[in-house]
Design a protein around this ligand. Structure first.
Ligand SMILES: Nc1ncnc2c1ncn2[C@@H]1O[C@H](COP(=O)(O)OP(=O)(O)OP(=O)(O)O)[C@@H](O)[C@H]1O
Ligand SMILES: [Mg+2]
Length: 512
């Protein structure tokens, strides 16, 4: 008998059968991948296991015993923990306060000191040294995620559900994270791993279960799977093309020009140091770099969300630091934000309302101060169709959509504005392979119709697939500008790590 068995699980939301009679089982100690296209029902199935949703029908068995899980607390008591893609740590609290948050102690006063030393010991098992009394906001994304895992382990969790844990990690952090997960499994913990990155499944997992349109497609041993193409076929039901068709760029006029830009980060420290570059119409400039090397601050300066210390930014010849954020967007700038929940959408508003956020005051969205709902509805319906946004209706609240479908409508909305400058940060984040390819081809199409594209990503694959030129950011400066398509991944990787090979490489243009 399997350690965990979910039997004939069905979950119905108004207008959607998110899980349709799914049988899913996991053995003790295995790392089991849960795959499927955006909206296939992965998060829903795991939310049921973690007690966040109640199944419409079906049973859950653990160690051969039928259980009812009606809250995360009950799930944790049964040894089940979940780390969500959007972490739930409270930034202003210290590490240890976050770990013990919500835990009950028998004694009246919580012994923080003792808890701190226990947590340090737990972390040390996974080669992680932490200062339990440090505030959580000082941690990198990768550290926060490992802290979420430690927090679950401290509660005695035996089965960990990780929902797209690597989507926000840099390649370096992914390898640290993999080591931790392997160790967990060696120690007898069980891991359910949701991801869209198929090479990760091939590397890390023993078995994988594929969902398609809410139904179970199959469960396979990874050893029996030849390559990622085969996995993709299981998910999509047909062969999937991985690379995007793209002709060489034909750059036109200068759209974005940045000269000697300096700015500070939230802690008041220099984040951008004399950054200069330009982007032309009809080209995609990729900004590579390990997360936290100034990319977020750069994009914030460009979109009017961060004050600059010195330097000049011009978009279509207009100096922008003096403009309000909305006026910048009015200049023909589209922005696919890094954090879709904070900057990309309003969770409690409908899909339809979210689609008109930047334009509601303009014709044909509104006339004389009145919104043209009929026109807006038609527009929203078309956009959802075009970008394959799966939602029961355009009236659905945005946060009821699956993660990938939220991303699709934000990208669609921004591309549909036919921007002169598209600032895209991790446009593929959380997208399944089909959607990734579609969005990439639309970004190339935007380039071909004359948009200048600034593509910021920590994923080298995404950068290399799309960019015509690449700049690499390191510690707030530009460490390299590359305009030769023959440049290798390894070379860019070195630059990302801050090493600048001295041997004269002709294809390496000097920094402007
Ligand atoms: N709370 C909810 N209310 C209504 N519908 C929901 C809710 N949660 C999920 N759904 C719907 O259930 C379906 C499955 O969503 P789910 O989030 O499980 O997909 P997923 O496989 O995790 O996709 P992704 O890869 O995009 O994260 C979607 O159609 C979604 O709109
Ligand atoms: Mg999901």
């Amino acid at each position: 008998m399997a350690y965990l068995e979910m039997k004939q699980i069905t979950k119905v939301f108004p207008g959607v059968v998110a899980n349709d009679n799914i049988n899913f089982s996991v053995e003790k100690g295995e790392i089991h991948a849960l795959l499927g296209e955006n909206g296939a029902g992965k998060t829903t199935l795991m939310n049921i296991l973690y007690g966040l949703y109640r199944q419409t029908s079906g049973e859950i068995w653990i160690n051969d015993k039928k259980v009812a899980i009606t809250s995360p607390k009950e799930a944790i008591d049964l040894g089940i923990g979940m780390v969500h893609q959007h972490f739930m740590l409270i930034p202003a609290l210290t590490i240890i306060e976050n770990v013990v948050l919500g835990m009950k102690e028998n004694k009246q006063i919580l012994d923080l000191k003792r808890a701190a030393s226990d947590v340090c010991a737990e972390a040390a098992k996974y080669d992680m040294t932490i200062d339990p009394f440090m505030e959580t906001w000082k941690l990198s994304v990768g550290q926060q995620q490992r802290l979420e895992i430690i927090k679950a382990l401290y509660r005695g969790v035996k089965l960990l559900i990780l929902d797209e844990p690597t989507a926000v990690l840099t390649p370096q952090e992914v390898s640290v994270f993999f080591t931790m997960v392997r160790k967990l499994s060696e120690e007898g913990h069980t891991v359910i791993f949701i991801t869209h990155k198929l090479p990760e499944v091939m590397q890390l997992c023993g078995r994988c279960t594929v969902l398609r349109h809410g139904k179970l497609e199959t469960t396979v041993n990874i050893n029996d799977v030849k390559n990622k193409q085969e996995l993709a076929r299981l998910m999509v039901g047909k062969d999937v093309e991985f690379s995007v068709q793209k002709t060489p760029a034909v750059p036109g006029e200068e759209v974005l020009s940045i000269k000697n830009l300096n700015a500070r980060n939230n802690k008041g420290l220099p984040a951008l140091k004399n950054v200069s570059f330009d982007v032309h119409a009809g080209e995609i400039l990729g900004v590579a770099g390990v997360d936290g090397n100034g990319q977020s601050e750069l994009v914030e300066c460009l979109t009017g969300l961060r004050k600059i210390d010195s330097g000049v930014i011009r978009i279509m010849g207009v100096e922008i630091p003096k403009l309000a954020a909305r006026t910048i967007l009015e200049q023909g700038v589209s922005h696919i934000p890094e954090d879709r929940h904070r900057r990309g959408m309003l969770k409690d508003m409908s899909v339809k309302e979210n689609l008109i956020l930047m334009n509601y005051f303009k014709e044909p969205y509104s006339t004389k101060g009145f919104l043209n709902w009929k026109w807006i509805s038609g527009y929203a319906q078309e956009l959802c169709k075009e970008f394959n946004v799966k939602t029961p209706s355009i009236e659905e609240k945005a946060d009821k959509l699956s993660g990938g479908n939220q991303q699709k409508f934000i990208v669609g909305r921004e591309l549909e504005r036919k921007p002169k400058l598209l600032i895209a940060m991790h446009p593929d984040r959380g997208l399944d392979i089909g959607a990734t390819k579609y969005i990439q081809s639309r970004i190339v199409a935007a380039r071909d119709s004359g948009s200048a594209v600034l593509l910021v990503s920590t994923e080298l694959d995404e950068i290399m697939e799309l960019s015509d030129r690449i700049i690499v950011m390191y510690e707030g400066g530009i460490i390299g500008l590359i305009d030769d398509p023959q440049v290798t991944r390894e070379y860019i990787g070195l630059l990302m790590a801050g090493t600048r090979p001295q041997d004269s490489l002709e294809w390496m243009s000097p920094c402007p």
